[in-house]
Write a protein that binds this ligand. Structure first.
Ligand code: GDP
Length: 140
């Protein structure tokens, strides 16, 4: 499988509970390398832009309020099949459905406040990485 890059976000419920190190360790233990990382506070408008594909969903307001409610850590993960591997390490959207050992099974509070975001395909990964990082910030 090819070396890929994918976007990961550690969400406000996790930064609030001081879980960034434990979550980063899960990615590194799975063989993913963090090649860029920064802690930022999104505005509501930036959260709406990032999640615009979900604009028609009933939870859009709740989701974007939540994503702007505290700091997030945005990071680029690199490795073989990184897009899929990141999704596996994250676990299912709803922590009740997440496999044991996954980040969401261990740390997520609810389907909305579920600790991590991960790109769902290589094309979206490229768009989402460019949303947060310039080429100069991808240091390998
Ligand atoms: P993901 O790719 O696993 O993150 O899941 P989706 O793309 O389906 O949804 C994006 C994000 O919207 C999820 O990670 C949740 O934070 C949020 N979300 C999804 N479903 C719900 C819901 O029913 N209620 C709320 N409040 N948030 C939701």
């Amino acid at each position: 499988m090819a070396i890929e890059r994918t976007l990961s976000i550690i969400k406000p419920d996790a930064t609030r509970r001081n879980l960034t190190g434990k979550i980063a360790a899960k990615f590194e233990e799975a063989g993913l390398r963090i090649v860029a990382q920064k802690r930022i506070l999104l505005t509501r408008a930036q959260a709406e832009k990032f999640y615009e594909v979900h604009a028609a969903r009933p939870f859009f307001g709740e989701l974007t309020d939540f994503m702007a409610s505290g700091p997030v850590v945005v990071q680029v993960l690199e490795g073989e099949g990184a897009v899929l591997k990141n999704r596996e390490v994250m676990g299912a959207t709803n922590p009740k459905d997440a496999a044991p050992g996954t980040i969401r099974a261990e740390f997520a509070e609810s389907v909305g406040e579920n600790s991590v975001h991960g790109s769902d395909a290589p094309e979206t990964a490229a768009q989402e990485i460019a949303f947060f990082f310039s080429g100069l910030e991808l240091v390998g």
